[in-house]
Design a protein around this ligand. Structure first.
Ligand SMILES: C[S@@+](CC[C@H](N)C(=O)[O-])C[C@H]1O[C@@H](n2cnc3c(N)ncnc32)[C@H](O)[C@@H]1O
Length: 200
């Protein structure tokens, strides 16, 4: 069963409802766990009936011990193992043809997938690499989130949203300054999730 570990998925749905989706659509979640973030995004995008849509989910699983939050002694193993991966990824592939799983850390994805993704349209291939929705829900340290933003900000569509989970545990000042510098403003703020939107 697809499950979540956080709150406020309805904020994501509300913001996706407001987006204009009329071309190839690319969305991404960093940190899949048991799938509810990705399922929420894909269900909400489906409401727009996109003609061409890919959702990317990035997660290394493997029971990795890593630093979850900024406190230095926070390197822990939270049990995100390969059984969880198999269960979650199987169910999402079964129900969502737009689902694409990358079994790797975010930094390796950034090193290898910066050009974009292949889309097939009317039996022809194109590469498209601009994201409409990004959910940052992997490592919640400030440096990790900044690295994620450095990759995604130049690859966001003119109208797009970036959702950051557990934002209250970050040094939000620098994150907020980075996003505002690139025309992302706060569209929604809950207790755990903050959503930035760019509209050019
Ligand atoms: C908080 S959970 C994600 C929850 C999920 N988004 C949801 O809505 O239910 C964090 C996930 O991030 C993954 N993760 C840890 N380090 C990562 C990294 N460097 N890149 C991508 N994902 C990572 C973990 O394996 C774990 O599944």
């Amino acid at each position: 069963m697809i499950k979540g570990d956080s709150e406020e998925y309805s904020l994501i749905v509300q913001q996706i409802k407001k987006l204009k989706i009329d071309r190839a659509t690319l969305t991404c979640e960093v940190g899949l766990r048991e799938g509810l973030g990705s399922k929420t995004i894909m269900d909400a995008i489906r409401e727009h009936n996109p003609k061409l849509y890919k959702h990317i989910a990035i997660d290394p699983y493997g029971n990795l011990a890593y630093q979850h939050y900024d406190e230095p002694d926070n390197i822990i193993n939270a049990g995100y193992d390969d059984e969880m991966m198999q269960r979650t990824v199987t169910e999402l592939y079964k129900n969502y043809k737009e689902f694409n799983f990358f079994n790797m850390t975010d930094d390796y994805y950034f090193k290898t997938m910066g050009e974009g993704h292949q889309f097939c349209y009317q039996s022809n291939l194109m590469i498209y690499g601009l994201y409409k929705v990004v959910h940052l829900d992997g490592p919640h340290t400030t440096p990790a989130v900044i690295d994620e933003l450095v990759f995604f900000i130049p690859r966001m569509e003119n109208e797009s949203i970036i959702i950051i989970d557990d934002y209250q545990l970050l040094s939000l000042g620098i994150v907020d300054m980075l996003l505002k510098t690139y025309n992302f403003n706060v569209a929604e703020k809950g207790d755990s999730k903050i959503i930035y939107k760019k509209e050019i």
